[in-house]
Design a protein around this ligand. Structure first.
Ligand SMILES: CC(C)(COP(=O)(O)OP(=O)(O)OC[C@H]1O[C@@H](n2cnc3c(N)ncnc32)[C@H](O)[C@@H]1OP(=O)(O)O)[C@@H](O)C(=O)NCCC(=O)NCCS
Length: 422
């Protein structure tokens, strides 16, 4: 069979869409409405499209931010994936270009023949040529992408709480105010709020074009209209917002569940005020929230911290460092120190790190620490500690104390988190 790996042309977009799992109708791994909200992202929504809609989608597929590659076998597309051009916030606040791998699929009849390996290699080369020194993805299965150097860097929780178990430790007097708004107001609030959030949140991703367009849309699963809640500070400026649904169900067990689809707060006041209302909503029994950060402060507001039950914990953004020097120089550090890092296959680097930035230079000195690019990807945003990876046998300490020193450099203020994906 003759295999050719190359970008998809406009004339080939319809054929390319054929290989995407959504179009194929394959079950998506987590078809949970509260995990998905609005916007025409690279993934097709989970509803059957009409031929006319697919035609339209194919027409508009190629943009300057969506870069699909395909494997052509004997001239026909047998597999594909794409890079979306987004940004990720790194420690210190710089928003750097990230090649986001998405929409990956190989037709069942062509799997396990190395097509994804070749597509991935072409896509990562493309990122390097464009100067993107980080690539990222979210993985449907955790066993696929490690071989390409990707490794989990941010994590997320889903939790639920029964309303009858909620009691706050202290009274809270809100210096600001909560307001229910319609989706037109929400559509103005969310883009601005998210920009403010991602300026300070390590790991957060820039939204794809169209992300905030569908805030009033009804989900295909009948989970009801989105409600929009915002919080204003004492000056009237919006400093937090939530999107929630109250799906109707004939099943009494499922009825009365308030689904929090999105939640952002720039201040502690907004955070406390928004959760205060959502967790004590009349006629509801339970609140469920997905895609939440692993260091959610909410449990510390409750008299019974166990009331908040984690129902899912999983990796979110996987990172692949494509240029060690540029990546290590793009972030700031929690301390001042120098370490020589050996990154298998990517060279040996002397990192001179400070709270204001770093110099990273090729070195032939004895390394203080050795690891692969996978471990570097997990450590990079500060969401995983070197000591954890060292205990797991994945980071080798060549100089006594070097693991703790690296941890001291990479220590994050908050757990890295991305509420927005791609
Ligand atoms: C996942 C998928 C894209 C892989 O494509 P593929 O062309 O079969 O992959 P390759 O033949 O290039 O395999 C490369 C390597 O990955 C391994 N691999 C492939 N699919 C895997 C899977 N689902 N789980 C674990 N390992 C897998 C192969 O064994 C091979 O390993 P090796 O390099 O050690 O020999 C394809 O199986 C698929 O379309 N699956 C359904 C859709 C899906 O899961 N998409 C991912 C969305 S994140």
């Amino acid at each position: 069979m003759a295999i050719e790996i190359r970008p998809v042309s406009q004339a080939e977009t319809k054929e390319y869409l054929r290989v995407l799992p959504y179009v194929n109708g394959f079950p998506q791994e987590e078809p949970e409405p509260s995990a998905w909200y609005a916007g025409s992202a690279a993934w097709l929504p989970q509803v059957q499209k009409t031929p006319a809609e697919l035609e339209q989608y194919a027409e508009e597929l190629l943009t300057d931010w969506f870069r699909p590659q395909a494997a052509f076998v004997d001239g026909k597309i047998a597999g594909g994936s794409a890079i979306v051009s987004v940004q990720v916030t790194v420690p210190g606040g710089q928003q750097v270009a990230l090649g986001g791998v998405t929409s990956t699929a190989v037709l069942p009849t062509y799997r396990r023949r190395g097509l994804l390996r070749q597509i991935m290699s072409a896509m990562l080369d493309d990122c390097r040529e464009r100067g993107e020194f980080l690539a990222g993805l979210s993985a449907s299965e955790a066993t696929i992408y490690g071989r390409y150097g990707f490794s989990p860097a941010t994590f997320q929780h889903r939790w639920e709480v029964r309303r009858t178990d909620v009691a706050f430790r202290s009274e809270f007097t809100d210096p600001g105010a909560l307001e229910l708004v319609d989706h037109a107001v929400a559509a103005e609030v969310w883009p601005v709020l998210h920009e403010q959030v991602r300026a300070v949140r390590v790991g957060e991703i820039s939204p794809l074009p169209g992300k905030w367009d569908g805030l009033g849309g009804l989900p295909a699963d009948g989970s009801g209209p989105a409600h929009h809640l915002i919080h204003r500070d004492a000056t009237g400026a919006v400093d937090g917002a939530a999107i929630f649904r109250l799906p109707w169900s004939p099943d009494p067990e499922q009825a009365g569940v308030l689904q929090v689809e999105a939640f952002e707060a720039l201040t502690a006041d907004a955070y406390r005020a928004l959760w205060g209302l959502l967790l004590d909503f009349d006629l509801t029994k339970r609140v469920v929230a997905a895609r939440r950060p692993v260091d959610e402060p909410l449990r510390w507001m409750l008299t019974n911290p166990r009331a908040l039950k984690l129902t899912r914990t999983r990796d979110n953004l996987w990172l692949r460092v494509l240029d060690v020097r540029r990546a290590l120089e793009a972030r700031t550090y929690a301390a001042t120190d120098s370490l020589v890092l050996e990154i298998h296959g990517e060279g040996r680097w002397r990192l001179d790190a400070t709270p204001d930035g770093a110099d990273c230079t090729a070195s032939d000195a004895q390394p203080d620490l050795s690891m692969s690019v996978n471990e570097l990807g997990s450590l990079y945003l500060g969401g995983v500690r070197a000591s954890e990876l060292s205990y797991a046998g994945r980071v080798a300490e060549r100089t006594p104390g070097a693991v703790s020193r690296l941890d001291a450099l990479l220590r994050p203020d908050r757990a890295p988190h991305n509420a927005v994906g791609f």
